[in-house]
Design a protein. Structure first.
Ligand code: C2E
Ligand code: CA
Ligand code: CA
Length: 801
């Protein structure tokens, strides 16, 4: 009975240990097929002890099948499973069918037992109450042969595996694992041989059930030795355990390409994402991927150099790289790397991100941020981005740069009268023309509104003026808008690098100053910046800024200049002339600020104020009994384009409570023809109100009387420049006479402007000119002084010639 218990203990403990190993290994990493295989191997090995246990614990008639069909058959199973496991661990690469046959061969022993082939059996003797196994000699030989085959093949597998690992320098832990298994297998065989030999040698001395049990079971414990080393290898060198497992998951699941790259540029390990990026078919790249060919494109060449240098010093790489992959796609990659020592070899741990899409979006956004969508030119931001390298280039190359700033003349008028879509077309036209006029390397941008800037390299300053002239010529190219032909003009300011500034802002500011002055001095011209220009431009800027506030600060006032009936020597009218008393600039002439107000649009508010003010004064004079007096007010083109203008005039007249006939509106020829149809209809509305109209500054410009005949003008004002010379210059006198005669035929009243001498006045009287205005009669003065003149019965006027 003692022996029975001893045997049970001898068999039960290994059985439990093997089951435990199996579970332990499996739990360690359930998703790894290798761990699962190991568990199956352990369970299969445990059958050997389970079958042995059955011999002792089962009733006698079941003891024999338990020994034969479980215990001995399991030896064959285990050997097949073991071979499968080892070929797997060693990553044996050979003909699959052959490998399968080699692995399944031990199973033939189990099959022979189950098929009850002759000799595949055993006897179980009942030796004094406890069973003794008697293997048939053929089964015994088969067992020995199979075991020999098994171990031989196992060693071959392990050795091949180790050699392979060494050559491809694969995972360090895998190599370690193989080493342990190899050593374990040696121990196993040694154990089996030693215990068997010891058993034979000690046979004479062994007596009693304990010794018998020892002798029969100890060799079988080689299974346990073997299982122990397998377990140790699987658990201790489970390269997928814990931290390593995290890495493996990251490696596998990451959509960023990850690779371990050796010094030669071979990715010895790489994930699926990297294969995708490189356009490789996603098969096991066990031999590693040579990355060098991907670095052959021109863009990638410097990265190769970078890699070599960084590898030598183990400095991490962080760079962007453009490659062409195997699918002929051009990709932009972000590389980040660090270094790691594995299996005594230094490797570069490389993370590769495909940022092609991101780059494209970035470029698109960049383009949006730097491009003027209307003209396709660069914008202000682009200008300031592009300037520094140009300045650097000019600085080191020792050549000049010209910065030209161009601004369209009267663009606001175009926008206001023809609408914004016309304005857009003009800007596009201008962008095209500027581009055509200049060499290709010139940087042309639209700074905003109707402002353009050009930066161009030069050998000498004179070239800049040629370019400016070419631009102005190009701008003259006619443009069709709504079926009509227009031309635009621009004013250009030029500054030079390095003379006029070293920073883009400064150059631009100075070109801007020059441009302002160009505009001031009569438009459609170019100016080169000089420091003295700066003062002018600054004054212009103060004008510009001051004008914006002048109306609400009540800095404007009106002067009135008398107009007389020449024959009667009696004041019949006054012209309201605006004055601006600027706190910073003093009194500013309307010639200076009216054009600016027209450009900024401030003229609309100012014009309205003038009308209201003049009508208020007219009411006073009317109340004082000067009911026949005409008060003339100057209009700007912008006012005449406002379709509600006539309505507004009517309203103001009503508010003032004066007869409409007291008001005369002076319109220049150019204002009248800016948009003939529109201004004509407004003029008609105005005359319907009872307001009279005068054509101002006649005799300069077109002076087309027939054209003027279409407009309901009551007065023609001959320009001062013509009157000035009528005494000395007979040609001017002829022109004046012709105008006067034609006008009288057209039933218009002629007013001569700028009459300064009695000779001029008497000549005009001879010509039949009805009215006159000028310093001779009276300068523009405040309303009170005019009232004083009105009271005097024209005593200050020169007597009739
Ligand atoms: P304008 O309409 O031709 O006005 C006549 C200008 O000639 C006035 O200049 C006046 O002072 C000046 N003048 C008159 N008689 C003589 C003379 O005998 N000799 C000389 N040398 N000059 C004489 P001012 O006041 O400087 O006005 C200049 C221009 O400003 C005006 O020319 C007119 O076009 C514009 N302006 C003045 N007030 C207004 C206004 O309220 N609205 C608008 N839109 N324009 C105005
Ligand atoms: Ca006038
Ligand atoms: Ca005038």
């Amino acid at each position: 009975m003692d022996s029975m218990i001893t045997n049970i203990i001898f068999l039960f403990i290994p059985f439990v240990i093997l089951i435990g190993f199996g579970i332990e290994i499996y739990v360690k990493n359930p998703s790894n097929p290798m761990n699962r295989d190991t568990m199956i191997l352990m369970l299969s090995l445990s059958l050997f002890f389970l079958g042995g246990l059955g011999v002792y614990v089962l009733p006698f008639e079941y003891a024999r099948p338990s020994a034969l069909y479980v215990k001995y058959a399991s030896v064959f199973f285990s050997m097949s499973i073991g071979l499968a496991f080892f070929s797997h661990v060693s990553r044996i690469r050979m003909n699959r069918a052959l490998l399968r046959i080699l692995r399944l061969l031990p199973m033939a022993g189990a099959a022979a037992i189950y098929l009850r082939m002759p000799g595949m059996t055993l006897l179980l003797e009942n030796n004094g109450g406890w069973p003794v196994e008697q293997l048939d000699s053929r089964l015994w030989i088969l067992l020995q042969l199979t075991a020999a085959y098994n171990f031989l093949l196992m060693f071959v597998f392990l050795l091949i595996g180790r050699k392979q690992k060494r050559s491809t320098k694969r995972r360090f832990k895998e190599t370690q694992r193989l080493r342990i298994m190899l050593i374990g297998s040696v121990y196993t065989v040694a154990w089996a041989l030693l215990t068997t030999a010891a058993g034979y040698a000690a046979e004479p001395y062994l007596n009693g059930p304990f010794h018998a049990a020892l002798r029969s079971e100890l060799p079988a414990y080689c299974i346990l030795v073997w299982a122990l080393t397998v377990r140790y290898a699987m658990v201790k060198y489970d390269f997928l355990a814990a931290a390593g497992r995290k890495f493996e998951l990251l490696f596998r699941l990451s959509n960023q390409g990850i690779a371990l790259v050796n010094a030669q540029g071979t990715a010895v390990e790489s994930n699926a994402a990297l294969h995708r990026i490189l356009g490789l078919p996603n098969k096991d790249a066990a031999d590693g991927i040579d990355l060098v060919p991907f670095l052959q494109t021109e863009e990638a060449q410097p990265v190769k150099q970078l890699f070599v240098e960084h590898f030598a010093t183990l400095t991490p790489i962080q760079t962007e790289l453009q490659i062409t992959n195997l699918l002929r796609e051009t990709l932009i990659l972000q590389l980040d790397s660090d270094y790691i020592e594995l299996d005594e070899e230094m490797l570069c741990y490389l993370v590769v991100r495909d940022i092609t899409e991101k780059k494209h979006t970035e470029n698109k956004l960049r383009k949006l941020a730097y491009q003027d969508s209307l003209t396709g030119l660069g914008n202000r931001a682009f200008f300031f981005e592009s300037m520094p390298p140009l300045l650097d280039g000019a600085g080191s190359g020792g050549h000049l740069l010209a910065l030209m700033m161009a601004d369209l003349d009267q663009f606001k008028l175009i926008n206001d009268t023809l609408g914004h879509s016309a304005g857009d077309q003009v800007l596009q036209h201008v962008a095209r023309q500027i581009g055509r006029a200049l060499p290709e390397q010139a940087l042309v941008v639209r700074l905003g509104g109707d402002e353009f800037a050009v930066c161009i390299g030069l050998n000498e300053e004179a070239e800049a003026f040629q370019h400016a002239e070419r631009v102005m010529d190009a701008l003259q190219t006619p443009l069709e808008l709504f079926g009509k032909i227009y031309t635009v003009s621009g004013s250009i300011g030029i500054s030079f690098y390095p003379e006029d500034g070293s920073a883009p802002e400064e150059l631009l500011r100075n070109a801007d100053s020059a441009m302002y002055v160009a505009k001031q001095s009569g438009r459609s011209r170019y100016y080169r910046y000089t420091p003295s220009l700066k003062a002018l431009a600054e004054r212009h800027l103060s004008l510009f800024n001051g004008l914006g506030r002048a109306l609400e600060n009540e800095e404007f006032l009106l002067h009135y200049q008398p107009q007389i009936d020449i024959a009667a020597r009696r004041i019949v009218g006054v012209e309201a002339l605006i004055r601006w008393d600027s706190p910073e600039l003093g009194r500013v002439s309307p010639d200076q600020f009216i054009p600016l107000a027209e450009e900024t649009g401030a003229i609309l508010g100012i014009g309205d104020w003038v009308l209201r003010q003049a009508l208020g004064q007219a009411r006073l004079w009317h109340a004082a009994g000067y009911t026949g007096l005409t008060v003339s007010v100057n209009l700007s083109a912008n006012q005449l384009q406002n379709p509600h203008f006539a309505g507004r005039v009517a309203e103001l007249i009503r508010d003032a409570g004066v007869p409409a006939s007291m008001l005369c509106l002076e319109i220049t020829e150019s204002a009248a023809i800016t948009n003939v149809d529109k201004s004509l209809s407004i003029c008609r509305e105005l005359t319907e109100l009872g307001v009279s109209l005068a054509i101002d500054d006649f005799g300069i410009g077109y002076s087309s009387l027939s054209m003027m005949n279409r407009f309901p003008f009551r007065y023609i004002k001959i320009d001062r420049s013509l009157i000035q010379n009528i005494v000395a210059d007979t040609r001017d006198a002829d022109v004046a006479l012709t105008i006067i005669e034609l006008a009288s035929r057209l039933k218009m009243i002629v007013i001569a402007e700028g009459v300064e001498t009695p000779e001029q006045l008497s000549l005009l009287q001879d010509f039949g000119c009805q009215e006159a205005q000028g310093y001779l009669i009276g300068r523009p003065v405040e309303a009170d002084q005019v009232t004083a003149l009105l009271r005097q019965d024209t005593p200050t006027l020169p007597p009739a010639a």
